[in-house]
Write a protein that binds this ligand. Structure first.
Ligand SMILES: Cc1cc2nc3c(=O)[nH]c(=O)nc-3n(C[C@H](O)[C@H](O)[C@H](O)COP(=O)(O)OP(=O)(O)OC[C@H]3O[C@@H](n4cnc5c(N)ncnc54)[C@H](O)[C@@H]3O)c2cc1C
Length: 377
């Protein structure tokens, strides 16, 4: 089998396939975690935005599976939960209802008061907010190191990893997949997994299925290591933050880019980096200024990396998982929240690929469904 794409999804599928004894080759047109899995905030969660309940449940399984994988692979994951609140009173009120629903769905989530907020995050200034949602189960990972760990483990179990190697075409013999064509040569394959993220044209050309996506960009800025400032994932008004075990603080911007012509031109080619260091520094400084409103001691941070990530986002916000309706030997695995979902998706995709038996709870996520625009956040 060949897995095209060595982001966190392709790496997890390859890991599970190799663990099941399958012969697997992973290819990537650039290299491991070079796209969304690098420019991601990497929050592991099953929060209120994960709707409806069957999708929420899949995310809960993702979080649980990370805890199991962490033990067997010694992964760079950090737990401690998340704290989230809003500035608007009406939005806070809505959050209370959303958290009650979460608790009803088995999530360890509850509203906490101002005293507990300070106890949980002593270095934060909540600017008078009186309550926040505390989701105890959440964590965050270093997505680049984790992707590499999964690939290394797959290699140890016999998988091959090849890059730069761009999937360009497939060949068929008597109606079955026989091999794939890449920029670095041909590879024999009876099954192909497309874990190619936001590259929507790949599904169209190779799997002959149109997955409508509304991929949106987000900026991630990462500081040099700092003394401990944050214990948990903090979803504050205007900024998302967490601090890794190595001391680096990860900042994620909440809003998208301004809707103007200059940005439309700059973003047309879906860049993963800024055109120059000055522009990258300017965007990171803006994010750091927002973080400084909330975190005492972060203002002197040195920014080490700034990424532009493009979310692989099927129109309805849900994963696309399963064989192409027209080319059943080509299996698609394209999704947002892929960092949370990677371990469970890796396991379920592997089971379907190896046994050929469809897993019923994946039915809502099949590539042949009708896609309708749903915006949840
Ligand atoms: C700003 C931002 C914040 C996010 N925050 C979170 C979060 O907090 N929690 C969460 O769970 N998720 C989050 N996500 C989503 C998550 O990062 C993605 O769902 C996940 O990284 C997708 O992984 P992937 O492996 O499918 O895609 P990618 O990491 O994009 O990997 C796809 C790979 O396919 C390769 N490829 C493409 N075309 C070809 C080809 N023709 N041949 C060979 N290789 C090819 C690319 O080079 C790439 O390496 C966020 C995303 C962004 C952008």
């Amino acid at each position: 089998m060949v897995v095209a794409g060595s982001g966190i999804i392709g790496a997890s599928i390859a890991y599970h396939l190799a663990k099941s004894g399958a012969s697997v080759t992973v290819i990537d047109k650039l290299g491991p975690a070079s796209h969304a899995s690098r420019g991601t905030f990497a929050w592991l969660n099953a929060t209120w935005a994960k709707q409806p309940q069957h999708y929420h449940a899949l995310n809960q399984e993702g979080v649980s599976q990370w805890k199991i994988l962490q033990q067997s692979l010694n992964l760079p994951l950090r737990w401690g939960g998340s704290l989230e609140w809003f500035e608007s009173g009406a939005r806070q009120q809505k959050l209370v209802g959303q958290i009650a629903q979460q608790a009803g769905w088995g999530e360890r989530a509850r509203m906490v008061d101002a005293d507990e907020m300070i106890r949980l995050e002593p270095k934060l200034n909540f600017h008078g907010a009186q309550q926040a949602a505390f989701s105890e189960n959440d964590g965050a990972i270093d997505p680049v190191l984790t992707t590499q760990c999964l690939l290394d483990a797959a290699i140890e179990m016999g998988a091959k990893v090849q890059f730069p190697s761009e999937l360009t075409d497939v060949s068929y013999k008597t109606g079955r997949l026989a091999g794939i064509h890449t920029s670095s040569g041909n590879i024999a394959a009876d099954k192909l997994v497309l874990a190619t993220g936001a590259a929507a044209d790949v599904a169209k050309c190779i799997a002959h299925v149109d997955i409508p996506q509304r991929s949106t960009p987000g900026i991630i800025a990462i500081t040099r290591p700092m003394p401990r400032l944050l214990n948990r994932i903090v979803i504050a008004p205007g900024i998302h933050m967490h601090q890794r075990d190595d001391g680096r603080v990860v900042l994620g911007e909440q809003g998208g880019p301004p809707q103007n012509e200059a940005h439309a031109i700059r973003l047309a080619g879906r860049p993963n980096a800024f055109p120059d260091r000055a522009l990258a520094a300017q965007h990171a400084a803006r994010m750091l200024a927002v973080a400084t409103r909330f975190v005492r001691g972060i203002s002197g941070a040195t920014i080490d990396q700034v990424h532009i990530g493009w979310r692989p986002m099927p129109l309805d916000g849900h994963p696309v998982l399963g064989p192409s309706p027209t080319r059943p030997d080509v299996y698609l695995a394209i999704m947002h929240s892929g960092v949370t979902l990677a371990p469970i998706v890796g396991q379920l995709a592997c089971d379907e690929l190896i046994t050929g038996t469809p897993i019923e709870r994946l039915e809502p996520f099949r590539p042949g469904r009708n896609f309708e625009l749903v915006k949840r956040y």
